[in-house]
Design a protein around this ligand. Structure first.
Ligand SMILES: *[C@@H]1O[C@H](CO)[C@@H](O)[C@H](O)[C@H]1NC(C)=O
Ligand SMILES: *[C@@H]1O[C@H](CO)[C@@H](O)[C@H](O)[C@H]1NC(C)=O
Ligand SMILES: *[C@@H]1O[C@H](CO)[C@@H](O)[C@H](O)[C@H]1NC(C)=O
Ligand SMILES: *[C@@H]1O[C@H](CO)[C@@H](O)[C@H](O)[C@H]1NC(C)=O
Ligand SMILES: *[C@@H]1O[C@H](CO)[C@@H](O)[C@H](O)[C@H]1NC(C)=O
Length: 389
């Protein structure tokens, strides 16, 4: 081997060492809240030390910080709640040709999600489309309703044994509302009817807190809770009803575990975008239904409807947590961070081509279509500039 090749090999080695993050050992027996904090610190430290995910677009110091609802002060929670109520009080701006059932600005985001459901779940754009949807919602809260903060997330691991004790669901004036009224039913059949989940103690209209009695107008389109009857159709079927929930800690108790958290962030399911994505949104097996389905199933009723789940304002907290896990994974796996897995139709039915980085993310006419590639980096600057706290 001549010297040039040796030097090149050495250079390549150095470059590939810089590219991959050194993951310290984690304790699989530790509490998942503790483990998540450690993963968070590792991610921030990795970014601070220099990462290929950093760009000219947005620096770590100027990036917005999306925080845990539990870390917000009472006053900050009230500001957020007020902004959501402002969106609910505003008129819709979506086009009635595809969203005639929308009656509020909040409904616009439900109608949008409902219209594109089959092109944005179990598809190559799942993470990116939802990241854009969240960004748009956060922007509406800020630009149209005077909110000064950023979209908070629901830390699934905290209070996982009894979600009703969480500041998110405790029904107080600084929560996102409590459980639904008791409604006798036999749990939910999730994952296309393949998996039964026992009921919580609710199932009816949200009975306490700022969103008590909230009215929604679209869906249910594909509910999985027993006794919750679909109206069919999508965002053109006007069906005013109260927002319903059945807060089901069973699912977080069962699946919000350290093993599942470590598997997707640093373990066997973290090595490729394909495995990561499957584990988060696609496996739907009793051993682990995946964090995406887990959060929806913990809300049940409206918040678990494949199409119309954004009716429940907690949808945005749940998906922000999904986005956070994706972000953590991206920071820890920079070489996979900008890759895609999947086609452009749900479960590849009907069969379709693979998603590509240039594919547009359809926001109907509400926001400009962006390419998937523009939503892959939360620090790219256009349009994204945020990290998680
Ligand atoms: C970042 O750099 C500091 C100081 O060199 C080091 O202690 C720390 O382990 C590094 N963090 C990571 C994630 O590489
Ligand atoms: C979505 O909206 C388009 C019009 O923009 C309409 O043609 C289509 O049928 C709608 N799809 C669903 C699933 O509602
Ligand atoms: C509840 O539903 C599950 C799944 O369909 C079924 O196996 C079970 O027998 C039902 N229980 C009752 C009490 O109806
Ligand atoms: C971890 O992920 C791998 C790959 O997706 C999967 O085969 C395995 O069952 C998972 N392990 C646990 C403990 O969930
Ligand atoms: C689509 O992606 C899969 C998985 O990466 C790959 O095996 C397949 O060859 C791709 N199909 C086409 C037509 O590129």
């Amino acid at each position: 081997m001549d010297l040039t090749i040796l030097r090149l090999t050495y250079l390549l080695l150095v470059v590939s060492c810089v590219a991959s993050v050194v993951i310290p050992p984690f304790d699989y027996n530790a509490d998942p809240v503790v483990v998540l904090n450690e993963l968070q610190q590792l991610a921030i430290s990795t970014l601070q030390n220099g990462s290929q995910l950093l760009s000219q677009g947005c620096s770590l110091t100027e990036a917005a910080r999306r925080r845990d609802w539990e870390a917000l002060s009472q006053a900050e929670r009230k500001d957020y709640i007020q902004a959501v109520q402002c969106l609910i009080a505003k008129k819709p701006i979506s086009d009635p040709t595809w969203a005639s059932a929308a009656r509020t600005r909040h409904d616009d985001f439900v109608a949008l999600h409902t219209n594109v459901t089959l092109a944005t779940h179990n598809t190559g754009n799942f993470f990116a489309w939802h990241r854009y949807h969240l960004w748009a919602y956060e922007k509406a809260l800020r630009d149209e309703c005077g909110y000064k903060g950023y979209q908070p997330y629901w830390n699934w691991f905290s209070h996982r044994d009894n979600l009703l004790e969480s500041p998110l669901f405790d029904g107080s004036s600084t929560s996102m509302g409590g459980d639904g009224e008791f409604f006798r039913h036999n749990g939910s059949l999730v994952a296309g009817g393949s998996l039964w989940i026992p009921s919580g103690k609710g199932g009816g209209c949200v009975k306490s807190g700022p969103f008590k009695g909230m009215q929604v107008h679209i869906g249910p389109t594909m509910p999985d809770m027993d006794g919750f009857v679909p109206v069919g159709g999508g965002s053109n079927d006007y069906n005013p009803h109260c927002l319903r929930r059945d807060i089901t800690s069973y699912v977080t108790k069962t699946w919000a575990t350290t093993a599942n958290l470590l598997n997707v962030t640093i373990g066997a399911a973290s090595t490729t975008i394909r495995d990561f994505q499957l584990e988060i949104e696609g496996n739907s097996i009793p051993e682990n239904i995946g964090f995406h389905l887990m959060g929806h199933s913990a809300l049940a009723a409206d918040g678990a409807d494949l199409y119309t789940s954004p009716n429940d304002p907690v949808f945005y907290f749940h998906h922000t947590m999904v986005d956070r896990i994706w972000w953590l994974w991206q920071v820890l796996h920079p070489e996979e961070a900008r890759k895609l897995s999947g086609t452009i139709t749900m479960y590849n039915t009907p069969p379709s081509r693979n998603a590509t980085l240039d594919d547009p993310l359809d926001m109907k006419e509400l926001y400009p279509n962006a390419a998937i590639s523009e939503l892959l980096g939360t620090l790219d600057g256009t349009p994204l500039c945020y990290v998680y706290d």
